[in-house]
Design a protein around this ligand. Structure first.
Ligand code: NDP
Length: 489
């Protein structure tokens, strides 16, 4: 049930059964370039609609998505194996983000006045954010709607056309999204689909788009950036994470254990900002671990989450568990035997040395390591000792904000799991190996726009600074003025 190339097509599979569920074209570099050329024409039309015209059409698409959630949910389940409830959850969040982006685009990107300053007070200064043109979106398979739409919705709302390359594991979801958009916006191909494997994604990075929005592994992100560098094409990279969760001595331990179980095991752990490491204050360690173990034992792989969507991931998860056990770690739930042919049962690991792959590398499976710390300073040091820096979570009654600020990650949730991902007004993105740039929120809209600064002269300045007519007297006045204004202290 791995991807099969049959000449010019490939098949997608249901990872729960191994059954083929669709055949899609492998688009060549020429076809990708043709799509980008078509997108360029569509972009001019889309831009000409203005914020109101685009908002109206994005509302029509949003309405279709909301009405047809069960239909799209079935395709998500078919291609990823995730339960219907989880498919609906990602759709709900994606629709919220689409609504926010369309509603706020004008306010965030429209013309804004800026102060011209004293010396140039004869000018009217303003900035407005213009669309980039054509954005290439390369998406992953773990949240095949929510994740790519985090870029697609914001890029469209900002006035760009988009060429979307979904993961080879979820082409059917990508096709449905693009076809439903075309029904809502039939005039021009503002959102297009190209399908294929890594080569098709690579072709998109070289096809002359104005920006690439990539979500996937850090390793592929580096290849995408290197390829885009050849044409100075800017990129936003949303790569993986090794997200920590901190439990302070005063935390609500039931809530923290529940968040750990959900953050680590939901979606079979295939969440870029899922919980992979937990650091717990020693005063509450034993009680907290007992609660997580009880919850993990209750989670039913197959009922509450699906199989590993990408079969190759099974070997990575097994290796991380085996490394941890070989280095003296203990599995309180699950273990190496938890990794089956398609499904992985929840695995809770303790006493794992910090240099193990299970603590350092992205596992992307339903496993979690829990470590005891003397205090929250040690928790912060260990949490921050990572090449990644995507998300993090803190459970603390008194010190949530303080600890959140000290965590070197793009976003932190306090006393709830992954809450930042559902708040459309908050930017989302990473640092280090987790990538850079932001999707979602005002920052996500601006990521797909180009600031245009305009200075308009309102009247001739009494003091001409930028003219050969500038006199020695003017220079002396300006010199004295600036010394007086800025020279104090
Ligand atoms: P990849 O990073 O390999 O793939 C992500 C996307 O990039 C897919 O659409 C893929 O296409 C495409 N792609 C692959 N090679 C290239 C290339 N050279 N140029 C441009 N695009 C390319 O991730 P995988 O799906 O293989 O998953 C591997 C690991 O990535 C996982 O184990 C997990 O750790 C991490 N991951 C992180 C995600 C996140 O949300 N941060 C999401 C998914 C994975 P195709 O699928 O057709 O190869």
């Amino acid at each position: 049930m791995t991807t099969v190339l049959t000449g010019e097509t490939f098949e997608s599979f249901n990872p729960a059964t191994g059954e083929a569920v669709g055949t899609y074209p492998v688009h060549t570099a020429e076809q990708v370039e043709a799509a980008v050329a078509k997108a360029r024409e569509a972009a001019a039309w889309w831009d000409s609609l203005g914020f109101a015209g685009r908002a109206e059409r994005l509302a029509a698409w949003r309405s279709a998505l909301a009405k047809r959630m069960p239909e799209l949910g079935r395709i998500i389940t078919e291609e990823t194996g995730k339960p219907a409830g989880d498919a609906q959850l990602e759709l709900v969040l994606a629709i919220e983000h689409l609504a926010w982006a369309a509603k706020h685009a004008r306010k965030v990107l429209g013309p804004q006045r800026r102060s011209p300053g004293l010396l140039l007070s004869n000018q009217a200064a303003s900035v407005e954010y213009q669309p980039l043109g054509v954005v290439g979106v390369i998406g992953p398979w773990n949240y095949p709607v929510y994740t790519p739409l985090g870029s697609v919705s914001y890029a469209l709302a900002a006035g760009n056309a988009v060429v979307f390359k979904p993961s080879e594991f979820t082409p059917g979801v990508g096709k449905w999204l693009v076809e439903s958009f075309a029904e809502a916006v039939p005039e021009h191909p503002v959102l297009q689909l190209v399908t294929g494997l890594g080569d098709t994604g690579a072709a998109l990075t070289k096809a002359g788009v104005d920006k690439i929005a990539f979500t996937g592994s850090a390793a592929t992100g580096k290849k995408v950036m290197a390829s885009a560098a050849e044409t100075l094409t800017p990129v936003v990279i949303e790569a993986g994470g090794k997200d920590p969760l901190l439990v302070d001595a005063d935390a609500d331990l039931d809530a923290a254990a529940d968040a750990t179980a959900w953050g680590a095991f939901s979606n079979a752990g295939q969440t870029c900002a899922g919980v992979e490491r937990v650091y717990v204050h020693e005063r509450v360690y034993d009680e907290f671990v007992a609660k997580v173990v009880a919850k993990a034992e209750d989670v039913d792989a197959g009922e509450q989450y699906g199989p590993m969507t990408m079969p190759a991931q099974l070997d990575i998860v097994r290796r991380h568990i085996e490394d941890a056990l070989a280095a003296g770690g203990r599995a309180l739930v699950g273990g190496a035997g938890a990794v089956g042919d398609r499904y992985v049962k929840p695995t809770v690991l303790v006493d794992v040395p910090e240099d193990c792959s299970a603590v350092r590398e992205e596992t992307f499976g339903p496993t979690v390591t829990i470590a005891r710390v003397a205090d929250m300073d040690e928790a912060i040091d260990k949490a921050n000792d990572s090449a990644y820096g995507l998300g993090s979570t803190v459970f603390s009654k008194a010190r949530g904000m303080e600890l959140a600020r000290r965590l070197r990650t793009g976003q932190t949730a306090i006393n709830a799991p992954l809450s930042f991902a559902g708040i459309a007004s908050l930017p989302f993105g990473g640092r280090g190996e987790s990538g850079f740039g932001r999707i979602h929120g005002p920052e996500g809209l601006r990521e797909f726009a180009r600031p245009k600064a305009i200075a308009r002269q309102r009247f001739t300045a009494p003091i001409a600074l930028t003219s050969f007519a500038r006199s020695k007297k003017t220079e002396a006045i300006v010199g004295r003025l600036i010394a007086k204004l800025h020279g104090k202290g």
